[in-house]
Design a protein around this ligand. Sequence first.
Ligand SMILES: [Zn+2]
Length: 170
Amino acid sequence: MKSAFEVFLKDITTEPKRYIFDLDDSFFSEKEKSEIQGGNVKIQVVAQKKAEAFEFGFEIEGVVQIVCDRCLDIMDLSIVASDSVIVKQGEQTDEDFIFIPECEETFDLEWVLYETVALQIPIQHFHEDGECNKEMIKKLNACSTEKLAEEENKTTDPRWEKLKDILNNN
Ligand SMILES: [Zn+2]
């Protein structure tokens, strides 16, 4: 089946060629192990042939849904970014480029588009102050206080208790 994100390499010349892709909830939710739960992102791709390489420039704009690090609820993250990749045909000789077989007539942008969006997500991300799920924060705090109390109990070694008794008696 032809992917909706496939472009014909012979269509790409030294004249910039534009493609518009809309990535929706189903695009993101179909990806396995995706950090992105859903979203609505428009990507304008400008493809151009440069020497023996194909350059794909991306203008990304939209919103993705990801899990908040603080309250674990789903949050919206706005993304506005530009990025690019260079695709070459032939043997893989350089990690900076994407290599595809010489005989390939098309290039499937699906994974590249996904990765480009995923790369824009900061390592730490949470709701704006005051917008986290308060109930969840309460629960999470309760859990961590309980754990802390448990840890404290564990560190009380009976031998120390004995030593304390001896010291107190002196
Ligand atoms: Zn939150």
